[in-house]
Design a protein around this ligand. Structure first.
Ligand SMILES: Cc1cc2nc3c(=O)[nH]c(=O)nc-3n(C[C@H](O)[C@H](O)[C@H](O)COP(=O)(O)OP(=O)(O)OC[C@H]3O[C@@H](n4cnc5c(N)ncnc54)[C@H](O)[C@@H]3O)c2cc1C
Length: 511
C-alpha cells in the first residue's frame, strides 16, 4: 500500500462508516500505473465488505468510477488519486455513499439551469492545492445533477495525451472535450463558465449600486464587508475570487492565525461575505471605468455596463511578464508561473526559471525535485536572493545558473521547445533546449486597463491614493496591492479595503 500512516487511518475511518454497497468499475491494463491502481482497489475491497470491484471499459486506462449499487456512476478517477487528491477520493466515497454533498450543495440552486449533458474533465497534479478544490466541487456537482459527470485525470499518468492536447498547466478543466479553464478557479466559477451565466442580459436589472468593488482579494473582500455593514448596496466584481490568496501555500503573519493556508483563509472570508447582502459577480473582468456626472459606469469584458455612485478598485497585482515573442503564445503550453502547481508536470524534463530573487530561487529549488535539469537565468551579475537560498540552489547537482542572460524569445510551435538568450559577457546568442519556462520576475499592478481613465497612476502603474484611499477622481477609491502604498501584505490590503469602504461611505453621505 502506497499510503502513509495518517492516510491509512483516514481510509479505515471512512470505510467503517459506509452504509451502502459501493461499486467501483475499473478499467485496467498491463501498464505500471494500472498495476498500482489495482493494488489500491484490491486493498479497498479487502478492507471493506461494502466495496465491490467490477471490470469495465472506460475512456482512459487506468481509471475507475464510483457509484452506489444500482446507480449510474458519474465520478471517475483516471490514475491514482493520491497526494492532494487523496482527500478528494475519500470525500467522493463518502458522498457517493450518502448521495449528499458535504458542502450541503452550495451550488445546488444553480443547477436548475442545466439542460444538456455536461462532462467535465480536470487535469491535476498530486501536489496542486487548487486542483483538489476543483475536483471536489465538480464531483459534488456530478452527484447533484444526473446530467453532470466528472473525471479527475492525474497528469503524470497521461503524459502523451497531455502533450497531444497541449496541456501544460494544472488545474485545466475541459467541458465536453473543450478546454474551458486553466489555472485556479472554484467549482462555482467553472459552473459560471459552463452555463454562460452572467450574459449581458443578466446584468440589465441590477440598477445603480451605491458601491461597486472591483477585485475579490483581501482588499476587495474587506471593502465589501465594511461597506455592507454601513448598509450600502454593494456589488463585488472579481475575475478570480480570493485573488493571490489562492496561490499561497502557507501564511504565518495573518494576525490571529499562527498558520493558515491561503485557500483556507479564503474559505473563511467566503463564509463571512456570505453573511451580508453583497451581490457577488464572480468570474467577471472589468475593462473600463467611465465617470459621467455623478455616476460611474463600469464596463465588463462581456459587454455589460454596471452603474454605481462610488467605486473601490482593489485589482491587486499579477506576475510580471517578459513581453517577448513566444511568451503569450505558449502560456500554459510550457510557459508558467507557479512552480508549486505546475512543477510536477515537468518531471524528468528540462526547465528554465527566469528571475533571481527569493521567489524565483525558491521556485527553482522546488522544480529541481522534479525536473531533469533546471536552468536559472538572470540578467544580473549574480543571483539576488537571500544567501541561504542561493547556497541551497548552488548545492543542487541538476541546477545551472546562467548570469547576464538577456532572454529574447521563447520558442516552440505547439509547446515550449526552448529559448533564445544573449549572454552579456560574450554578447553571443544562445539557444537552450527546454520543455518549460517559469517566468518569476515579480509582480505588476493590474492597472493597464486604467491608463486612459484619467486616474493618476505612478511610474510603476500603481494607483495613487491619499490617506483615505481616494484617487484623484471623486467617488473612485482604491485599496491593496494595486495602490502606491508601501508594503504588499494581506493585513495591509484588508486595512486599506476598510479605509476605502469607510471613505466611500462618507463620500456618499455628503452627496
Ligand atoms: C506566492 C505569494 C505568497 C504570499 N505570501 C504572503 C504572506 O505569507 N503574507 C502576506 O501578508 N502576504 C503574502 N503575499 C502577498 C498577498 O498575497 C497580497 O498582498 C494580497 O493578496 C493583496 O491583496 P489584494 O486584494 O490587494 O490583491 P489580490 O489578492 O491580487 O486580488 C486582486 C483581485 O482583483 C481581481 N481583478 C484584477 N483585475 C481585475 C479586473 N480587471 N476585473 C475584475 N477583477 C479583477 C483579481 O481576480 C482578484 O480577485 C503573497 C503573495 C504571493 C504571490
Amino acid at each position: 500500500m502506497i499510503l502513509d500512516h495518517k492516510e491509512q487511518e483516514q481510509l479505515t475511518q471512512i470505510l467503517a462508516t459506509l452504509k451502502n454497497e459501493i461499486i467501483i468499475q475499473a478499467c485496467l491494463g498491463n501498464d505500471e500505473n494500472s498495476h498500482y491502481v489495482k493494488i489500491f482497489l484490491d486493498e479497498l475491497a479487502k478492507r471493506s465488505s461494502k466495496i465491490s470491484i467490477e471490470a469495465a471499459i472506460l475512456p482512459r486506462t487506468p481509471a475507475f468510477c464510483l457509484s452506489r449499487k444500482g446507480q449510474k456512476a458519474r465520478i471517475t478517477f483516471a490514475g491514482l488519486p493520491f497526494g492532494r487528491e487523496f482527500p478528494s477520493f475519500l470525500r467522493a466515497l463518502q458522498e457517493v455513499d450518502s448521495i449528499e454533498p458535504l458542502s450541503k450543495g452550495r451550488m445546488a440552486k444553480r443547477l436548475k439551469e442545466i439542460e444538456v449533458p455536461l462532462h467535465f474533465e480536470t487535469y491535476v497534479s498530486l501536489t496542486c492545492k487548487n486542483c483538489s478544490v476543483i475536483v471536489q466541487e465538480l464531483n459534488e456537482l456530478a452527484l447533484l445533477h444526473s446530467k453532470i459527470s466528472h473525471m479527475m485525470i492525474e497528469s503524470k499518468a497521461f503524459v502523451q495525451e497531455r502533450f497531444e492536447k497541449n496541456i501544460f498547466s494544472v488545474p485545466t478543466v475541459l467541458l465536453n472535450g473543450e478546454v474551458i479553464s486553466s489555472g485556479r478557479k472554484s467549482g462555482e466559477e467553472i459552473l459560471d463558465i459552463a452555463l454562460g451565466r452572467f450574459s449581458i442580459e443578466a446584468f440589465q436589472s441590477k440598477g445603480t449600486f451605491d458601491l461597486l468593488i472591483v477585485g475579490g482579494g483581501p482588499a476587495g473582500c474587506s471593502a465589501a464587508i465594511f461597506a455592507a455593514r454601513k448598509k450600502l448596496s454593494v456589488g463585488l466584481l472579481a475575475e478570480t475570487m480570493g485573488g493571490k490568496l489562492q496561490d499561497i501555500a502557507s501564511i504565518e503573519n495573518m494576525i490571529g492565525y499562527p498558520f493558515i493556508k491561503g485557500t483556507q483563509l479564503m474559505d473563511e472570508i467566503d463564509i463571512h461575505i456570505g453573511q451580508y447582502a453583497i451581490d457577488q459577480m464572480k468570474n467577471q473582468r472589468v475593462i473600463q471605468l467611465i465617470k459621467e456626472d455623478q455616476l460611474i459606469k463600469v464596463r465588463l469584458a462581456n459587454g455589460a455596463i454596471l452603474k454605481a455612485k462610488a467605486v473601490v478598485l482593489a485589482v491587486g497585482a499579477s506576475w510580471n511578464k517578459l513581453n517577448i515573442a513566444g511568451e503569450a503564445e505558449l502560456f500554459n503550453r510550457g510557459v508558467a508561473h507557479c512552480s508549486h502547481c505546475d512543477g510536477p508536470l515537468f518531471e524528468n524534463k528540462k526547465v528554465a526559471v527566469i528571475g533571481s530573487k527569493n521567489q524565483a530561487v525558491q521556485g527553482a529549488i522546488e522544480l529541481a525535485n522534479y525536473a531533469k535539469h533546471v536552468f536559472v537565468l538572470t540578467h544580473s551579475d549574480n543571483v539576488k536572493a537571500d544567501k541561504i537560498l542561493v547556497e541551497h540552489l548552488l548545492s543542487l547537482k541538476n541546477v545551472t545558473v546562467i548570469t547576464r542572460a538577456n532572454v529574447r524569445e521563447i520558442c516552440g510551435r505547439e509547446h515550449v521547445e526552448g529559448l533564445v538568450y544573449k549572454q552579456g559577457i560574450l554578447n553571443k546568442t544562445e539557444f537552450l533546449s527546454l520543455d518549460g519556462v517559469f517566468v518569476q520576475i515579480g509582480f505588476a499592478p493590474d492597472t493597464k486597463w486604467l491608463i486612459n481613465s484619467r486616474i493618476n497612476l505612478n511610474h510603476k502603474g500603481e494607483i495613487c491614493v491619499d490617506e483615505r484611499g481616494m484617487t484623484n477622481i471623486e467617488g473612485i477609491f482604491a485599496a491593496g496591492d494595486c495602490t502606491n502604498l508601501p508594503y504588499k501584505q494581506i493585513v495591509l490590503a484588508m486595512a486599506a479595503g476598510c479605509t476605502a469602504a469607510l471613505s466611500a461611505h462618507s463620500y456618499l453621505l455628503h452627496q
